[in-house]
Design a protein around this ligand. Structure first.
Ligand code: ADP
Length: 187
């Protein structure tokens, strides 16, 4: 299984990605998590990405594409994966297309989770309290949602045109949403 999970901030991508990873026995790969790990450990990559993440902007494509390429080349990714938080703009879609062509492994499906704006804001504010992520301030959250609407949401049309888009309602019981995704994917 090679999957993307897409949707706005707060829709539950990370939660559902972890469950799908367990269900299918594949790694969940989150570009956000990779960046946060590198920030925490103050690696060269972390230092380069910090200013962008702090502002809620996208990290430059060159940097992001290369970390995904490296991650997909690792041993545990040979039998499939689920990508969370990538691609986020049209140029990343192109880069991923090229990577997958080189690897000879097409995408199986793109899971698009959705929820109303109010639900998203509420969940993000709650997460901010619990996790204390530095980029979960109201201003930076608003910026991330703006970037999502402008650059990432339009990508869903690309995958819909390719016939691989699976739309799922992200509101409801976590396990019920998961069951819904699995049912759609194994149809
Ligand atoms: P959220 O979905 O709440 O925005 P993520 O963990 O997915 O959180 O991303 C956090 C930050 O990491 C983003 O605001 C962005 O700066 C950076 N980032 C993550 N994925 C990408 C990507 N594909 N391209 C560029 N920047 C990214």
């Amino acid at each position: 299984m090679r999957l993307l999970i897409m949707g706005p901030q707060g829709v539950g991508k990370g939660t559902q990605a972890a469950k799908l990873a367990e269900h299918f026995g594949i790694p969940a790969i989150s570009t956000g998590d990779i960046f946060r790990y590198n920030l925490k450990n103050q690696t060269e990559l972390g230092k380069q990405a910090q200013a962008f993440i702090d502002k809620g902007e996208l990290v430059p494509d060159e940097l992001t594409n290369s970390i995904v390429k490296d991650r997909l080349a690792m041993d545990d990714a040979q039998g499939g994966w689920i990508l969370d938080g990538y691609p986020r703009n049209a140029s990343q879609v192109e880069a991923l297309d090229t990577m997958l062509e080189e690897l000879g492994t097409p995408l199986d499906a793109v899971v698009a989770l959705d929820a109303d704006h109010d639900v998203l804001m509420e969940r993000m504010m709650k997460r901010a309290e619990i996790e204390g992520r530095a980029d979960d301030t109201p201003e930076v959250i608003a910026k991330r949602l703006e970037v999502y609407a402008a650059e990432t949401a339009p990508l869903l049309n690309i995958y819909a045109d390719r016939g691989v888009l699976v739309k799922i309602n992200g509101v409801g019981d976590i396990d019920a949403i998961q069951a819904n995704i699995v049912a759609e994917l194994t149809k």
